[in-house]
Design a protein around this ligand. Structure first.
Ligand SMILES: Nc1ncnc2c1ncn2[C@@H]1O[C@H](COP(=O)(O)OP(=O)(O)O)[C@@H](O)[C@H]1O
Ligand SMILES: [Mg+2]
Length: 231
């Protein structure tokens, strides 16, 4: 329950901008245990998405140390990284990123199809996840026929269907009205608790951040933690 899932030490990341090398993350250290929920706050351009992408093995840091579920990420091969990502990490984005031509059910089943789960089993598990997010009645709808809140529920079901250890959500409520945003956070937190899935949420919204176990702020390349954090 309390085992360490994420351990980042002195992470550095910079981007080359024409002649300048722009440091984005500078000595970031962060440890997150299995089952915890953590908000990442910070102004626009502070490096929240960069950090989330490094945590999610979508991007690599320039230097430092990163251990994820006991794996040394700096020495892992690209194939190993892809395998860890597919097995352990679910992503949720502000703009939902659903496949427009697929039904809600097929969108949710997609990560299982990538793992070569048999078709019927994938659909059964996808339907089970749609029930959990309260959308079983919409299984055959395409994203265009769903509201923003419903689309994000489909995306949450898709992120969870493979039973990941970690959900990374980049401003998941950024396109939703206040009430729907609160409902989506209630759903994410209840899944965090019932599935013991670790949850990291990037948000601008201090009220949303306050609902998570921990609040960390990305500021000037470092991560600071505590109640003084606000967007
Ligand atoms: N692929 C990239 N190439 C160059 N610069 C980037 C890239 N991604 C992000 N940046 C820069 O890094 C900084 C942090 O970006 P980002 O992590 O997206 O911030 P946030 O999510 O907090 O708004 C910004 O100044 C952005 O312009
Ligand atoms: Mg961002």
């Amino acid at each position: 329950m309390n085992e360490r899932l994420i351990h980042l030490l002195n992470i550095q990341k910079s981007y080359q901008h024409s002649i300048e090398n722009l440091a984005i993350l500078n000595n970031v250290s962060l440890t997150i245990n299995t089952g915890e929920s953590c908000a990442l706050l910070g102004t626009s351009g502070s490096g929240k998405s960069t950090l989330l992408n490094i945590l999610g093995l979508l991007d690599s840091a320039d230097s430092g140390e990163y251990y994820f579920a006991g794996h040394d990420i700096f020495t892992a091969t690209p194939d190993e990284l892809a395998a860890i990502r597919n097995r352990h990490i679910g992503f949720i984005f502000q703009s939902f990123n659903l496949m427009p031509r697929l039904s809600a059910l097929d969108n949710v089943a997609l990560p299982l199809r990538y793992r070569n789960t048999p078709h019927n089993e994938a659909r059964e598990r996808a339907l089970h996840m749609l029930v959990k997010v309260g959308l079983e009645q919409r299984a055959q709808h395409r994203p265009a026929d769903l509201s923003g809140g419903q689309r994000q529920r489909v995306a949450i079901a898709r992120a969870l269907v493979g039973e990941p250890s970690l959900i990374l959500a980049d401003e998941p409520t950024g396109n939703l009205d206040r009430r729907t945003a609160d409902e989506i956070m209630t759903l994410l937190l209840s899944l965090n608790q019932t599935h013991n899935v670790t949850l990291i949420v990037v948000t601008h919204d201090p009220a949303i951040a306050a609902r998570l176990d921990r609040q960390a702020r990305v500021d000037n390349g470092v991560v600071r933690e505590g109640v003084a954090c606000s967007a």
